[in-house]
Design a protein around this ligand. Structure first.
Ligand code: XMP
Length: 515
């Protein structure tokens, strides 16, 4: 793999994703890994990521110069670029000229920039700057605040850039990464969907062996793809369990029970657990508490499903040992699985697991990004209605009711959500938006006038966002006419709702879901 050494910035995952887009498998590794540990992974290339700190700051992540003696091609980015410069004998200084955001650089040839426009915008985010490249390196770019904005030494297959080639705000960034991989490191495009599927199936077989597995279907893309993959790997030994926790949207259960089964032929058991979930959620309005309860009840439902799943085999002492989950890379990272990353939310499929879990987890998609998961799903023959589906969180509508979750509130939100989804589909906007949570502010009331009377109802929030991987997002600029239709319909058709508001916050600072 190409190893992305994570110096603590959110950018590390993004770099790995871009490398994979260029057809080369990539993994993130913590900067605390020793050179020996890195070498043990037999990397075909190393990319040093950006990081929040200055190379001179106390506690700044260190870079062992021995890394450059491995003979492995290395690309340094931002902090990684500066750390590299310093480790190889160049100079990094506090120039005082901070550059943040879109910046113009002037590039001059070299393997990374040959043939690209001499003047180009890039995304910068740095305080210190490299003022002198290490001996033997050629400087190939500069900006106002960074006299040395890129350098390379092709004999040693080492290169670096001060800017962030992995973000879309650097329009030629992907080309620069591709050039590093292809022209500097000499790597071939082998990370293809067909290869991914083949490898994942092998891994699942190796992990599960002759064991039996359960897979929880949530109705979402991830669990559907994970299930289809495991089904391909172990066939009959897999049973899918769909827990209807009563927090689903309109039509969701039917979609799982019909479309998914039709596409995969997998065995499916549905558990009706709405009453239990609602009972456990009664009186709870704290988001993390809700998430933990749902995570716990979800697993309990599974445990309860075991007997049913085993059927006659139970009498022969058979057990179910494995639980398949559609956990993705961003879930892992946001639940604190990445080094030095804060726990933002407990995703119900990662952070909320009970400690006395009876199953070993099988998470075949754990290292994949959403777009890769969709590609895998298509490769496995799942229909577009399933793979093209917008994300929906495991805890369902519970985390879209700000306040306590009750059956009445769920019914109300379900109606409003169905209207919004219907109108977005009619307007042909499904492809343009990543997802559109519809949120009920159950603890907020405002005065309205409907018909001849005063009302005192709840607001519904529309949260349409565009995103590439849910790690960052922007609010979608929906046409006013569509917003108007949705607003009119919701206030007319949903009792107790007298106001519709639009969330115009990007992520960060807001998360996509409200809880
Ligand atoms: P946030 O709200 O963290 O959401 O910006 C990022 C993406 O993750 C989805 N999401 C979840 N998905 N279990 C899931 O399976 C969860 O607990 C969960 N929480 C948020 C959210 O819909 C968005 O796509």
């Amino acid at each position: 793999p190409v190893l992305v050494v994570d110096f603590g910035a959110q950018y590390a995952q993004l770099i790995a994703r871009r490398v994979r887009e260029a057809g080369v498998y990539s993994e993130v590794i913590a900067h605390t890994a020793s050179v020996r540990e890195i070498a043990a992974k037999d990397p075909s290339g190393i990319i040093l990521s950006g990081g929040p700190a200055s190379v001179y700051a106390e506690g700044a992540p260190a870079l062992d110069p021995a890394l450059f003696d491995l003979g492995v091609p290395v690309l340094g980015i931002c902090y990684g670029f500066q750390a590299m410069a310093r480790a190889l004998g160049g100079t990094v200084e506090h120039t005082g000229g901070r550059e943040y955001g879109r910046t113009a650089v002037e590039v001059s040839g070299g393997a990374l920039h040959q043939g690209l426009p001499e003047q180009q915008p890039v995304w910068m985010s740095h305080g210190d700057a490299v003022t002198e490249a290490p001996a033997g390196f050629t400087v190939t770019a500069s900006s106002e605040g960074a006299p040395v904005a890129a350098f390379e030494c092709l004999d040693r297959r080492l290169a670096g850039v001060q800017y962030h080639p992995e973000v879309r705000h650097s329009p030629h960034g992907q080309e620069v990464l591709t050039r590093f991989l292809r022209d500097v490191a000499g790597l071939e495009r082998t990370w293809t969907t067909a290869n991914i599927v083949e490898q994942l199936i092998e891994q699942v077989r190796a992990q599960v062996g002759d064991g039996r597995a359960l897979c929880g279907l949530s109705g979402g893309v991830d669990s559907a793809v994970a299930a289809a993959l495991v089904q391909r790997a172990i066939g009959e030994k897999l049973t899918c369990v769909f827990v209807d926790h009563g927090l689903l949207r309109e039509g969701e259960r039917g979609q799982v029970e019909n479309d998914f089964v039709a596409a995969t032929g997998a065995r499916l058991v549905t558990i009706d657990a709405a009453a239990t979930f609602l009972g456990e959620l009664a009186g709870v309005s704290d988001p993390e508490a809700k998430r933990k309860i749902i995570g716990r009840e979800f697993i309990r439902s599974f445990e309860g499903a075991v007997t049913e799943v085993l059927g006659d085999a139970a009498s022969t002492g058979a057990t179910v040992d494995f639980l398949v989950q559609g956990t993705l890379y961003p879930d892992v990272v946001e639940s604190g699985g990445g080094s030095g990353t804060a726990n933002i939310k407990s995703h119900h499929n990662v952070g909320g697991l009970p400690e006395d879990l009876q199953f070993t987890l099988v998470e075949p998609l754990r290292l994949l990004f959403k777009d890769e998961v969709r590609a895998v799903g298509r490769e496995l023959g799942l229909p577009e209605e399933i793979v093209g589906r917008q994300p929906f969180p495991g805890p369902g509508l519970a985390i879209r009711i700000v306040g306590e979750v009750t059956a009445e509130r769920l019914a109300l939100l379900r109606r409003a959500d169905a209207i919004a989804r219907e109108e977005l589909t009619i307007a042909g906007l499904d492809q343009q938006i990543w997802q559109c949570p519809v949120v009920l502010l159950a603890d907020v009331r405002s005065v309205g006038v409907q018909g001849d009377g005063r009302t005192y109802g709840h607001p519904i929030v529309l949260r349409p966002v565009s995103s590439e991987d849910a790690m960052t997002a922007d609010w979608s600029r929906l046409p006013y006419e569509v917003l108007e239709t949705i607003s009119t319909r919701i206030t007319n058709e949903v009792p107790d709702v007298n106001r519709v508001v639009l969330d115009v916050t990007s992520k960060p600072p807001g998360t996509i879901e409200w809880e």
